[in-house]
Write a protein that binds this ligand. Structure first.
Ligand SMILES: *Cc1c(COP(=O)(O)O)cnc(C)c1O
Length: 375
């Protein structure tokens, strides 16, 4: 029984090189087992259960924020953050279209209107100049996304936010561990939101968390996570069940201990891959001065992207286009707006595997096939 569990937790056949998979081990299995044995699967107390509290402590100490609130997804984290800032119907929220759809969906879920901003070609994050142009009297908040783990041009975004009196919620779902001048993404603004989905750098199964230095917002978020209640059956503000289950928190708690090691391997893999493919006529991802990237996704930009992706996929390499359909072009949003850099990125980007289970041999293979595909 025990051996079976361990085998299932191991990576699938690495001849197939998936773009991102969770790296789990004996410690996670033990932690889940302990929760089940104890039988305390969740807690409706406003501070959450034991594992939730311990996970929050590890999150706070890692990103160096004052407070963290664990929730049951990254999407829930964004939604809770918008509620906490009283974003509602009639408000506009500025965000990139070049992101995972959850960023925009969370805005719609609180009744506000997403306003799509173009990105910069150099690191695929929100373009401060286009951002400034799209501000109206209704603008209330900006959600910069640290896409692929690349740090958005946050200094300029903060300057704009201050000037126009806008709130900032950082979508740091992909950037846990990324820093600028030694400050963690998610801690530059009022609220930072992270995801613990299995494909992210660390996982809870499903989960997410919000960090803040603002005690008022922290208390409010604890209420929002739990039906807007403080002591139970005393709903004071709008809230929902956004609680993280104890099993998920137990997994996340263990994963946080391994995060530093995971990031080290990702960085090493990214460096090796960059050296192997530096001769190719493609855009290679780079860290700017003062930036530390978590290498959640190693993303190149190239001509003939679809053809190259097909060739890589046919050899078992999980090269993936995040995102070939920007949010404003999905059927639900279908906006006829011009976002030229977003369109360019949507047809050019290709992410290559560098997660902790990718070996040096895998990287050589990826480089070999990529060279073949480009010639
Ligand atoms: C993963 C992700 C989310 C949503 O997180 P979930 O945990 O899947 O709900 C939001 N924004 C971005 C940019 C993401 O990559």
């Amino acid at each position: 029984m025990r051996r079976n569990l361990l085998e299932q937790a191991k990576a699938p056949d690495l001849l197939q090189i998936p773009i991102n998979i969770p790296t789990l081990g004996r410690e996670e299995i033990k932690a889940v087992y302990a929760v089940l044995q104890k039988g305390q699967l969740t807690s409706s107390a406003s501070q959450g259960g034991k594992n939730v509290q311990e996970f929050e402590k590890s999150a706070v100490s890692f990103v160096k924020s004052k407070f963290a609130i664990a929730v049951n997804s990254g999407t829930a984290a964004l939604q809770a953050a918008l509620y906490a800032l009283d974003i509602k119907k009639g408000d506009e929220v500025l965000l990139p279209s070049f992101t995972f759809v959850a960023t925009a969906n969370s805005v719609v879920s609180v009744g506000a209107k997403p306003v799509f901003v173009d990105i910069l070609k150099e690191n695929y994050t929100i373009d401060p100049d286009d951002l400034r142009k799209k501000i109206t009297k209704k603008s209330k908040a900006i959600i910069p996304v640290h896409l692929y783990g690349n740090v958005a041009f946050i200094d300029q975004i903060i300057e704009i936010a201050n000037r126009y009196n806008l709130k900032i919620i950082e979508d740091a779902a992909q950037s846990l561990g990324s820093t600028l001048k030694n400050k963690h993404t998610g801690t530059f603004s009022d609220l930072g939101c992270y995801s613990l989905y299995p494909a992210k750098v660390v996982t809870a199964g499903e989960g997410g968390f919000i960090v803040t230095d603002n005690e008022k917002l922290y208390k409010k978020l604890q209420m929002i996570r739990n039906h807007g209640m403080v002591h139970g059956y005393d709903t004071r503000i709008i809230g929902m069940n956004l609680r993280m289950p104890e099993i998920n928190a137990a997994i996340a708690k263990v994963q946080m201990k391994k995060l530093g090691k995971f990031l080290g391997i990702r960085k090493k893999n990214a460096k090796i891959l960059s050296e192997l493919i530096s001769d190719l006529d493609i855009q290679i991802p780079q860290e700017r001065k003062g930036e530390y990237v978590n290498w959640y996704l190693y993303t190149i930009a190239t001509k003939n992207r679809n053809k190259i992706m097909k060739t890589l996929n046919s050899t078992g390499i999980g090269a993936t286009a995040y995102y070939s359909t920007p949010v404003h072009k999905t059927p639900f949003y279908h906006k006829k707006i011009r976002l030229p850099n977003t369109d360019w990125a949507a047809s050019s980007v290709l992410s290559l595997p560098v997660h902790p289970q990718v070996s040096e041999q895998n990287l050589s293979f990826i480089s070999k096939i990529l060279h073949k595909a480009l010639n």
